[in-house]
Design a protein around this ligand. Structure first.
Ligand code: ZN
Length: 207
């Protein structure tokens, strides 16, 4: 089902499309096992940190397309600040570069390190918001790992700073309402920027 609206809409696309040409070999890697027909291109509006309206582009799974359109429309109506919503392909599909630039994005095909398991971003079933202010924090071999690396000022969540996602935050509330889970609630690591569909949904869709 497609929603048609001048500002918030989704499009199907195929391998002959201009949209596919933008992601081919980047977020849509040669070994991508997710069919293009499962992906959607979303156009949204968002309020930047400059307080002005900007256009945003997202590639996500068709399963969450209408949810994201509804969430981003409500965030826009509330003037919730999101600095950039660009395709990760504009950063060469390099997550670290995209996060370091505080870009918000969804689809980027990849396997979870050292496994054949596809990450939820690999299905376009996860969304990251204001990534610089909401880093992915974990402990690797006893050392703190912060992604993006330039986000160390935002690791301490007891501090007060703008664009912080916590459980009082509007984006948090909207994603939870739509059945997403928040990476900030994980036990062994914290991914404050990250919202994803539950494992049970991925199993249902792709087993
Ligand atoms: Zn994420």
């Amino acid at each position: 089902m497609e929603k048609k609206n001048m500002d918030f809409y989704s499009l199907e696309f195929d391998k002959d499309s201009e949209i596919f040409a933008r992601i081919n070999g980047l977020s849509y890697k040669d070994n991508c096992t997710v069919p293009v027909s499962d992906l959607r291109y979303l156009h949204v509006l968002h309020f930047g940190f400059d307080g002005k309206s900007h256009e945003g582009e997202i590639i996500c799974n068709k399963y969450i397309a209408d949810d994201l359109l509804d969430i981003f429309q409500k965030l826009y109506e509330a003037k919730y600040p999101i600095e950039k919503i660009k395709l990760v392909d504009e950063y060469g599909a390099d997550d670290e570069k995209s996060m370091a630039d505080n870009n918000s994005s969804s689809f980027n095909f990849r396997f979870i390190s050292y496994t054949t398991k596809i990450s939820k971003h690999g299905y376009g079933l996860a969304m990251d918001i204001n990534t610089l202010y909401n880093p992915y924090v974990k402990t690797v071999d006893g050392r703190l790992s912060v992604e993006p690396a330039n986000a160390t000022d935002y690791v301490d969540r007891t501090k007060d700073f703008p664009y912080k996602i916590d459980d009082e935050d509007l984006a948090y509330k909207l994603f939870i309402e739509h059945g997403f889970e928040w990476g900030g609630a994980w036990k062994n690591s914290k991914d404050y920027q990250h919202f994803e569909v539950p494992d049970s949904v991925v199993k249902k869709l792709y087993n």
